[in-house]
Design a protein around this ligand. Structure first.
Ligand SMILES: [Zn+2]
Length: 118
């Protein structure tokens, strides 16, 4: 699984002309993140049991940070939306994070229930 996810990171970074960060999966209770100092992405282990579209969303989100977008402003979201679309995923944003991920024709892949993506 990790190698497929690393390939996803590579694909986005190569297209964006960015140095490829290392992807690591760790046992952390909360969220994963992009570490600017080490140019690496950490994913929490719990995300691996989520629907694959959520996993891709998660990796793409952190990769957009890795290509140089800090924060979650308009430009970040545009980039994130564009890359998700490449993989057939449409985010329905709450504020920063999506409350739902849909297919291009509006089918729901997964949504937040009690604050947790399922
Ligand atoms: Zn973020």
């Amino acid at each position: 699984m990790i190698s497929e996810l690393q390939q996803l990171v590579n694909l986005v970074c190569e297209a964006e002309g960015c140095q490829i960060p290392d992807l690591q999966i760790k046992e952390v209770r909360r969220g994963g993140r992009y570490h600017r100092r080490t140019h690496s992405i950490t994913l929490p282990k719990w995300v691996l049991v989520k629907p694959v579209e959520y996993l891709w969303y998660y990796v793409i989100h952190e990769t957009i940070h890795a290509i140089g977008y800090r924060g979650h402003g308009k430009l970040f979201k545009e980039r994130e939306r564009r890359w998700l679309k490449e993989f057939g995923i449409v985010p329905v944003y709450a504020k920063v994070y999506p409350k739902k991920l849909q297919s291009l024709n509006g089918q729901t892949f997964c949504k937040k229930i009690k604050g947790i993506m399922q």
